[in-house]
Write a protein that binds this ligand. Sequence first.
Ligand code: PLP
Length: 337
Amino acid sequence: MNKLTLALLPTGIRKMERWSAEAGKNIFIKRDDQTGSEWSGNKIRKLEFVAKDALDKGCNLLITCGGIQSNHCRATVAVATYLGMKSAVLLRISETPQVEGNYFLDKLLGADVRFCNREEYSNHRAQIMQEMADGYARQGYRPYIIPEGASFGVGTQGYYYAMKEIAAQEEELGVTFDTVVVATGSGGTAAGLQLSNIINGYGKNVFGVCVCDDEAYFRKICLKCSKDCLPYLIKSGEISRDKAEKTAASLKEEDFSFIEGYVGRGYALSAPEELEHIKRLAQMEATVFDPVYTGKATFGMVNEMKRGGRLESARNILFIHTGGLYGLFPVSREFVF
Ligand SMILES: Cc1ncc(COP(=O)(O)O)c(C=O)c1O
C-alpha cells in the first residue's frame, strides 16, 4: 500500500445493544469518527493515500474545497500542517460565516481560506482551485489539488482497504455483517467499500445514504472512482492486471446502491425531527452523530427499518460512523432541550 500511516487503525466495532433491541436487528457501529482528533473521521483514510501521492510528486501545498463546515477540508488542513506543507481551502458560503466548528479549526491549523458562493462552487470549483494553484505556483509552491471529498481514484483506496479491515474484524468478533451502511456526500467512501466488496467477494450489501443529490448521481461517481482506483490497486500489488481488467469490464452503475429520501431540507440543513433523532440516539447509546452526515444517515436507517425499505432483509448491520462531530456545535442552538 502506497500510503502514509496517520489514522488510528483499526477503528473499533461495538454493538449498539439498545438500538438493536428496538429495531429487532443487530446494529453495530464502526468508529471511524475515532481515527484521530484533528483529522478525525473518514477522510483521513483517503488522505493517507492522497498525501503520500502529493509527497511522491514533490508537492508542498494541498488545495481542496467543500462547504463552510467541511470535515474533509479540516482534515486536509490538519494533514498538510502535520506534514509541514501549506494548505488552502475553497469554502462555499451563503452568508458571512461565524468562525466556529470546522471553519474555526481550518483557521486555527493555519489554512489559507478563499470563499465562493453556491453557483461558483457548483459550476466552477475545479477552475477556481486551478487558479488558486497557479497563483501559489507563481510564488514558488508546488500545489496538489484534491477534488471535493477526496473522491477520486487515489482517495478511493482508503475505503477499499477499510472494507478489508472490516472483514478481518468479522473473524475476530465472530460476526458476519450482511449489510454495511455509510453516509454519502461525495461518493468515494461508498465507492471504496463496494469496490472491495466486489473484488474480494465478501457478498455484502453496501448502502450509501444520500445526504445530498440522489442514487443516479452517486452511481456515476462511484463507477468512476472505482475504475480510476484500479490502477493504484495494480501498482501496489493488491490485484493483478488481469483481475483489474475483468473488474473494469464488468463494473456497472447498478453495482452501487443508495438509500434516497433523507436529504431533508437540503445538504447541511437540519429538520427538527433529525435533531430529535440525534438527541434520542445520544441518550440511548452514548453515541453522538453529526447533523450533516451520520445523523441523517442513521435517521434514514431508522426509517428504512420501520417502513420495510431497503434494509428489510438485513440482519447484522454495520454502520460506519464517519465522524463530523465538529459540525454539530454550530447547530447546537437549534436543539430543543
Ligand atoms: C462526517 C462525514 N461522513 C460522511 C461523509 C461522506 O463521505 P463521502 O464524501 O466519501 O461520500 C463525509 C464527507 O463528505 C463526512 O465528512
